[in-house]
Design a protein around this ligand. Structure first.
Ligand code: AVI
Length: 326
């Protein structure tokens, strides 16, 4: 086996090993817990695409509006001193929003490279092909792997100024404490003058938020239940998904929007050698989608050692892309 293939195989084995370990540990704690980062297998990816098309799920449209209508303001802040830079996007996916910014920056004569980071090599290949057609003069350096590892890699590739994007409200999938640690870790890797641009879903009418995660069509429910199917498929488990029901909550005071699966009966589930007992009405904590106020965003930025430059919001004031400087 070549060294490269060998390391890819090791990475996959590691991922599977961690998946198994996380599932067993999570289901043996109280309350039971599964990690939403495992939602995204090929079926989960498709379900998430469906979620983004749902009329109730406003987040994508709001952030797309910010990137398409406030591009100029964003570009001016990014290129304020005209120095060359690397634009690094954490979890770039199809770069639907950032491509507005890329197009705009590429029309000026500012020197920059785009470094999309994603765990999926396949997504990066598709993205690079799309970008080479849409923005032929763009210098794209794809980085496949985990965020921090690839961020370290980006630092080794060049010493230019860094602008890091973390969009989509993905910061919301961490609780507030994790988000603080995450932002501090980003800060540790950056230097004075570097920027960090984060998308936050804001606190708003609680009905609007709850509907986005509790759709009548059942797509969000299927998105959660798919993780049980994934555990069946990949870890040889025997979840009977008829006996688990999606349950969503939103606490407007803390801003925590949480999804759970409820066991509808007393049941044992076997995952290879492990057997796990679920009491009737027992919950599995599946995901947090934390919502923020502007004050909480300000606090998060200063706790992590950044200066908040500006919050760019959509017309309805439901979402902001917050621009922070080291
Ligand atoms: C990816 N992430 C920002 C989504 C969110 O809004 O928390 C995931 C999601 N979960 C249910 N619907 C969407």
């Amino acid at each position: 086996m070549s060294l490269q293939v060998d390391s890819v195989v090791k990475e996959i084995e590691n991922y599977e090993g961690n998946f198994h370990k996380d599932v067993i540990e999570g289901l043996n704690t109280y309350p039971k817990k599964l990690y939403s980062k495992y939602f995204y297998d090929p079926i989960g990816d498709r379900l998430f695409q469906d979620i983004m098309q749902m009329p109730e799920y406003y987040l994508t449209d709001c952030e797309l509006e910010i990137f398409s209508k406030r591009t100029l303001e964003m570009a001016e802040l990014i290129s304020a001193d005209y120095s060359a830079f690397d634009l690094i996007e954490l979890g770039a996916g199809d770069a639907l929003k950032s491509s507005h910014l890329l197009r705009h920056l590429s029309k000026s004569d500012i020197d920059y490279s785009y470094m999309p980071i994603d765990i999926s090599g396949n997504i990066l290949t598709v993205l690079c092909e799309k970008l080479s057609e849409e923005i032929p003069n763009l210098d794209t350096v794809p980085l496949e792997g985990e965020y921090f590892e690839m961020l370290n890699e980006a630092m080794k590739i060049s010493e230019r100024r860094k602008v890091v994007l973390f969009l989509g409200g993905n910061i919301g999938n961490m609780d507030v404490e994790e988000a603080q640690l995450f932002c501090a870790e980003i800060r540790r890797r950056l230097s004075p003058g570097d920027l960090f641009i984060i998308g936050f879903d804001l606190k708003k009418n609680p009905h609007t938020i709850l509907s986005a995660y509790n759709d009548k069509s059942g797509i969000t429910s299927a998105f959660n239940i798919n993780l049980l199917h994934r555990i069946n498929r990949e870890l040889g488990a025997n979840f009977d998904t008829r006996y688990f029901q999606h349950y969503q909550t939103y606490d407007p005071i803390s801003g925590a929007c949480r999804s759970f699966l409820v066991s509808l009966t007393n049941q044992y589930v076997h995952i290879k050698r492990d057997s796990i007992f679920f009491k009737e009405n027992e919950l599995i904590d599946m995901e947090i989608s934390q919502k923020y106020s502007l004050e909480e965003i300000q606090r998060l930025s200063s706790l992590a050692g950044f200066e908040l430059l500006v919050n760019l919001n959509d017309n309805k004031g439901w979402f902001v892309d917050s621009i922070w400087r080291v």
